[in-house]
Unconditional design. Sequence first.
Length: 405
Amino acid sequence: MELNPVEFAPDSQGPLAGVRVLDMSRLMAGNMLSLQLADFGAEVIKVEPPDGGDTLRHWKEGDLSVWWKVYARNKKSITLNTRSPKGVSLLKRLLPQAQVLIESFRPGVLEAMGLGLDQLHAINPKLVLVRVTGWGQTGPYSARPGFGTLIEGFSGFAAKNGFPDKPPALPNLGLADMVAGLTAASATLIALREAEKKGGKGQMVDVSLLEPLMAILGPDAALYKVTGRLAERTGNRTSITAPRNAYETSDGQWIVMSGATQRMTERLFDAIGRPDMKEDPRFRTSADRLRNIDALDEILGEFVRRRTLAGNLVFFEQAQITFGPINDALQVTQDRHVRERGILMELPDEDLGRIPMHAVTPRLSGTPGAIRFAAPRVGEHNGEIYGGLGLTGSDLGALASEGAI
């Protein structure tokens, strides 16, 4: 089943139209950050090294980087060698025209280029400097490499993720990077709001991969102080409420079910023909159910195994129980809610004809975002952006031959 095709909306402005962003970051966190701004109309200019561009371009399936195609949409690209004095000089000439500068170097690298916060504000007092690193700009670990995998282990996430009889489980996606990117996007908007005020000025936004991830892990430190217990790996279960698990259907598919409230759990017991469980001392309250979780899951699992996935979906939907299928990527693509709401869409692509990707999120009723154009080739916009500084084609040719761009 194909997704509904849509076309680019090149004339869409968006609420961030007029905001120019210079994005010097690499890989996922910075690109998720600048994607959020670009989707809502900011002019995001990827400042890429001439020798291959952003590292994200090299995450390929065959000859194609679908990562780049998705997360660099709505962005422009220029090449610039930050190790070249002429390259740094060019960057300084671009700064007065920008409202935001994003970078993901190790702490101190920007200062070594002569572009610390004070120097940047001497050039552009309202500039917002967004710094995305693994560990933050300060602290004893600030100089360490900061890949998301290290953070997912360090933060406590892996220790509590997975099944109790298995090793700690790392996520199979860039969780720390993506959460940091989204956090940095909201922080950037806060800083831009301050810079827009009368008398407002630019500031530094210091976003580590570590802190946003720890912020979403729950109150583990407080729980330890209160209970003296560390968070444990519980698989698909939770230590807070029961039932909550994945259950296999008769045709080898899976559904998830959650009884996050007492009323929903009691409705579930009625639906499966077991109203007696509401008064059973093993299952009466959430605390009772957690103590007897194996027995509870055996009853629910046996009920689900009587039906196919389709049969379970019909049954639990009619009973108004909180449940859902465990989908793979293809099943999500084919789902009617995803299709009709336009959560995924197919856009024109020079290599594939059309390519599916997620729609702009979140949705704003009055000032929605839009996908205006495809991810750029390396240096595709050198002429446009550097031309705005008064540089000619021969100037750019000379700079390229000198290794500055």
